[in-house]
Design a protein around this ligand. Structure first.
Ligand code: SF4
Ligand code: SF4
Length: 290
């Protein structure tokens, strides 16, 4: 089962939930925690004891280069969805920084004038130890092609064949977040009781619904703010999976990048959330079967 942990805005506690859920499940099942927040991955820091590197693979895109065979017909520019090739009056230019390596231009070129060369844009690493398998996607500094690295990290996580794959997704409701959530069995949206967070999680809930993925809400720092994410979630048809109350010890641990596996209240809350996730997944399975 693949569980995507997402949020509207950053800093809501999405990573806190992902690492603790993965850590808890790893006691009784095979689990892979994949960090898809590729611009600032930090899940591995929560597992300093699991530092054995299993694999390290650079992520490349195949960027086309023009050769002398180009006739300037412009067919390549017409099929590029990303504005990475421009053809004006027979003059053709490729912007390698915008290229997503889809290969459409190469197929469209009638003169065979484009040659693909690999350009590195990031790295996917895998670690294993006593807890969950850890997969991390990391975008190279200055690059913007995060969705390609997200795809590569998702594939590495799938290849572990773990019983549970927990995806720690990037915040927001734009392409990287959609790419990270896409294909999950269940999505858990994390919100704080603030107006800003409720507004943003609403946008995230809409794209998750468009993807046809069953979703539930977890409220983090419950009792701290004045907004009501549960009421907003109910309006969107999201199930309230549980609430994690704000405590000083949780706040300190989060700031230090530490897990608090030994907190019995948190463990009880996580068990409750996981039961809700399993019910959500089962209800979807029933719907599909009916
Ligand atoms: S490979 Fe795709 S993204 Fe890159 S230039 Fe060609 S059509 Fe555009
Ligand atoms: S499609 Fe090929 S021949 Fe035509 S402009 Fe592009 S690279 Fe040149």
């Amino acid at each position: 089962m693949t569980i995507a942990i997402a949020s509207g805005k950053g800093g809501t506690g999405k990573t806190t939930l992902a690492v603790h859920l993965a850590s808890l499940l790893a006691h009784t099942a095979s689990v892979t925690l994949v960090d898809l927040d590729v611009e600032a991955p930090d899940d591995a820091a929560y597992f300093p004891e699991d530092s054995t590197l299993a694999s390290e693979k650079p992520v490349h895109v195949m960027v086309p280069e023009l050769t002398d065979a180009c006739t300037g017909c412009g067919a390549c520019a017409a099929v590029c969805h990303f504005g990475a090739i421009v053809a004006i009056k027979g003059s053709v230019g490729v912007n390698p920084d915008l290229c997503k390596g889809c290969g459409r231009c190469v197929s469209a070129c009638p003169a065979g004038a484009l040659v693909e060369k690999p350009v590195r844009i990031g790295m996917v690493t895998a670690r294993s130890g006593s807890g969950p398998h850890l997969v991390e996607g990391r975008l190279d500094v200055g690059d913007i092609r995060s969705t390609v690295v997200i795809d590569a990290a998702k594939k590495t996580a799938r290849d572990t064949n773990s019983q549970y794959i927990i995806r720690d997704c990037p915040p927001g409701a734009t392409c990287p977040s959609v790419k990270a959530v896409h294909g999950a069995d269940v999505c858990v949206l994390v919100a704080e009781p603030t107006l800003f967070s409720v507004h943003d999680v609403t946008a995230a809930a809409r794209f998750v619904a468009d993807l046809g993925i069953p979703a539930g809400l977890v409220v983090n720092k419950a009792g701290e703010g004045s907004a009501d994410p549960v009421a907003a979630a109910a309006e969107l048809g999201l199930i309230h999976l549980g609430s994690i109350p704000w405590t000083e010890s949780m706040a300190r641990a989060g700031a230090a990048g530490r897990r608090v596996d030994d907190d019995p209240a948190l463990k009880g809350t996580l068990d409750h959330i996981m039961q809700g996730i399993l019910r959500l997944a089962a209800s979807q399975g029933n719907e599909a079967a009916s």
